[in-house]
Ligand binder design. Structure first.
Ligand SMILES: Cc1ncc(COP(=O)(O)O)c(C=O)c1O
Length: 463
């Protein structure tokens, strides 16, 4: 294959320079500047289209500018965008009711937040307030946000925590070993292992905690840590373990709900009901409306303690709630969980086809329309190859697909409205990108400062 390069207009290049001059942010190379989006496609300032392979930051289950959501945004923008948090509005109440209707009976009380990090910190406050204990135990390779208390719960590696020293709240403890069968932490094989990683984790909890465990926080599928889909016994057993310790189970669904994995909530795959579930990203329709949901019993006990219910300037604002509510209504009305399961199976088969052809794709993992390629040096060693991941991401962008690759993990999480023909087209372009990368293209481009590689050198980006 011949080398290929980007051809940006002078105007586009000027935008790139202006961005570098005034905005401090993470950027992939080249830093394409996008100005619009529709459905699965985003368009740069030169008018060139790209597939948005990750629904923004996994936040747009309906894709960009869905006409019905846009209509609601226009309508509510003309009525009320923001209000005092000491009052509320019909959209926030209706959104909370709608979220409750998707959850198992009991989980009904929504404490709104602005970010997912905040939502998880609310969950942690709830656990501490409910139990009167202090330790929050998290799963190694989990990610729960970037504010300092949840950074302490976050163990995806790279440089996120480097240098933060005592600002990181004593984690007490990142004690649960990841149920990562592809790179097993106890060097066994499922199912004969009988999920030994969890048994070992309980021993670690004995030794690493103060034995005053208030909560266990986990993602039902650990996405940023490497799309770790636990064996089916893991989550139910994690809940039993949590109960043995008299703690609350907080499940972080930020990357997973709504409907992305083929169920509305990912914990439905195993029927494990948490005490607190946190949501953001896809549930928030691209606006900053996240939250933690718990039972009335827990809510009653924790209210008035530890700053709960948590509030701030923006949680539950009308415009964000209206957009989120409309988005979730459409996800339910159009049965997008079923669609995600069906199209996810098709996507998976096609990605496995690539894995079988290319040595650098060690594994394909995921559920529904959330799949991930694990980019490796070779299949035998399974050694992570973030540089190749970045090369593939770059070449994929050249093929007109904007994707997120963090470390050696290439994410495939398109809007749930994607069609089979589009999946076909995207996988075809990915095929070209992998081939081009294996041939060493691009030959003369330095993308070593591109976000995903910079991250591995000791800094952090949003995940
Ligand atoms: C699983 C998970 N939890 C929490 C967060 C934090 O969310 P936010 O960036 O909205 O604070 C993220 C962000 O990527 C996430 O992936």
């Amino acid at each position: 294959m011949t080398d290929k390069s980007f051809d940006f207009s002078a105007t586009h290049k000027k935008w790139m320079e202006r961005d570098s001059a005034v905005v401090l942010g993470w950027r992939y190379h080249p830093k394409v500047i996008f100005r619009s989006g529709r459905g699965t496609v985003i368009t740069d300032v030169d008018g060139k289209d790209y597939y948005d392979l990750n629904s923004g930051m996994m936040s747009l289950p309906l894709g960009h500018s869905h006409p019905e959501v846009t209509e609601v945004i226009r309508d509510v923008a003309g009525k009320m965008v923001h209000q005092s948090s000491w009052y509320t509005n019909p959209w926030a109440i209706e959104l909370a009711e709608l979220i409750g209707s998707t959850l198992p009976p009991g989980l009904k009380l929504v404490n709104f937040a602005v970010t997912g990090s905040e939502a998880n910190e609310i969950g942690m406050r709830m656990a501490i307030a409910k139990t009167g204990k202090f330790d929050i135990v998290s799963v190694i390779r989990g990610l729960h946000g970037g504010s300092l208390a949840v950074e302490a719960m976050t163990t995806v590696g790279g440089g996120r925590r480097k240098g933060l020293g005592p600002l990181i709240m004593p984690a007490r403890a990142n004690a649960i070993l990841p149920p990562f069968c592809y790179r097993c932490s106890v060097n066994l094989t499922y199912p004969s292992c009988d999920v030994k990683c969890l048994k070992t984790s309980e021993e670690l909890m004995e030794h690493l905690t103060t034995k005053e465990v208030a909560g266990v926080i986990a993602e039902p599928i650990l996405v940023p840590g490497g799309m770790i889909v636990p064996p089916k016994e893991w989550l139910p057993r994690l809940k039993e373990l949590t109960r043995r310790w008299g703690a609350l189970l907080i499940l972080d669904e930020m990357q997973l709900a709504p409907a992305r994995t083929g169920k509305f909530w990912a914990f439905e795959h195993t029927g494990t009901v948490p005490d607190v579930v946190t949501f953001g990203k896809g549930m928030s329709a691209g606006f900053a409306v996240c939250g933690a949901v718990t039972t009335k019993e827990i809510a009653d006990e924790v209210s008035g303690k530890l700053g709960l219910p948590w509030s701030g300037t923006y949680p539950g604002d009308p415009l964000a709630c209206a957009a989120a509510k409309k988005t979730i209504e459409i996800v339910l009305r159009d049965k997008l969980a079923e669609r995600s399961a069906k199209l996810g199976a098709i996507l998976r088969t096609k990605l496995e086809g690539l894995r079988d052809r290319y040595e650098c794709i060690g594994d394909v993992r995921g559920e529904g329309l959330y799949q991930m390629l694990d980019i490796v040096i070779d299949k035998k060693s399974r050694a992570p190859d973030p540089a190749m991941g970045e090369r593939i991401r770059y070449n994929l962008l050249l093929e007109g697909v904007a994707a997120i690759c963090v470390k050696n993990f290439m994410r495939v999480s398109p809007p749930l409205i994607i069609t089979e023909a589009e999946i076909d087209d995207i996988v075809g372009r990915l095929d070209v990108a992998v081939r081009r990368s294996l041939e060493g293209h691009p030959k003369d481009v330095d993308f070593s400062s591109s976000s995903s590689l910079a991250e591995t050198r000791g800094r952090r980006a949003a995940e």
